[in-house]
Design a protein. Structure first.
Lengths: 128, 152
């Protein structure tokens, strides 16, 4: 399985870092799309087949939480797994995000090993 | 000077080392004055609200943003010449996120604002250096002034 990935973060540097980290995981990647906020991400999700989304919470125009809420209201988008990558460390926030359907929460900085384990676990890639 | 200077110092030093392989030494105001004026200065500001309220400011030179971008990405891929701004935002964001968790713990929700970067004059930077809530670093020969204030 070769993945189509969407990285959502308002920082170009962070998008590049996550992209590089993903390439270091050894997971087969087909295409990496990116968006600088939740609104742009929803447009990408509308237009492209995406297997997994990595998103920040705190972004201008539309943050990660609102993006997940909107994805949940869409029949096709609600099945796309979302992983939050953020600096915030509130356990209460993590529980809220999990209740909204977020599959995992990773605190920056993220290592390739951690990213690989989480992606494989969520997509069941180990069993292929 | 507030009670969180040690946490701030530790968080800053660790973040820069882990995120960008940039090493830092704490310096005094006199040393800071001597380092002023070598490069364009930028001020990155963030506020936090909710379980903990306050603000974090980071004033530094453009060159530090360039070094951080280069080290984080492993190469200089700066098509538009603006990655230093994103880098300054990101290090401030990570420092702020770690700092509020260190102080408030993992229970309360603390909302972080989106970091803003603006150019600042030498005079404005001097004012920040002289503020009692500031601590100052020499990070790979770049001046860094960190200012942390809590409202509650």
């Amino acid at each position: 399985m070769s993945l189509n990935v969407l990285i959502v973060d308002d920082s170009k540097v962070v998008r590049k870092i996550i992209s590089k980290t993903l390439k270091l995981t050894g997971i087969s990647i087909n295409e990496i799309h990116d968006a600088s906020n939740g609104k742009e991400a929803l447009e990408v999700l509308n237009d492209e087949w995406i297997d997994i989304v990595f998103t920040d919470i705190n972004m201008p125009v539309m943050g990660g939480v609102e993006m997940v809420e909107r994805m949940n209201k869409d029949g096709l988008m609600q099945s796309v797994p979302v992983i939050v990558i953020s600096t915030e460390g509130s356990q209460t926030r993590i529980e809220q995000l999990t209740q909204k359907g977020v599959k995992a929460y990773l605190r920056k900085p993220v290592t390739p090993e951690r990213l690989r384990d989480v992606v494989k676990d969520i997509l069941g890639l180990e069993n292929e | 000077m507030n009670d969180y200077q040690d946490v701030l110092e530790e968080t800053y030093v660790e973040t820069l080392e882990n995120l960008a392989f940039v090493f830092s030494d704490k310096i005094d105001r006199k040393e800071a004055q001597e380092m002023l004026g070598h490069d364009q200065l930028y001020l990155t500001s963030m506020e936090f609200t909710g379980g903990l309220e306050g603000a974090l400011k980071l004033a530094t030179e453009k060159g530090l943003g360039d070094v951080v971008a280069e080290n984080m990405l492993g190469s200089m891929e700066d098509e538009n010449g603006d990655l230093y701004i994103d880098s300054l935002k990101e290090i401030t964001n990570v420092i702020c996120g770690k700092l509020v968790t260190e102080i408030a713990g993992t229970e309360p929700i603390v909302d972080l604002s989106i970091p803003e970067v603006v150019p600042v004059s030498k005079k404005e930077c001097q004012k920040l250096i002289n503020d009692n809530n500031s601590i100052i670093f020499n990070s790979e020969e770049f001046l860094v002034v960190l200012n942390f204030q809590l409202k509650k």
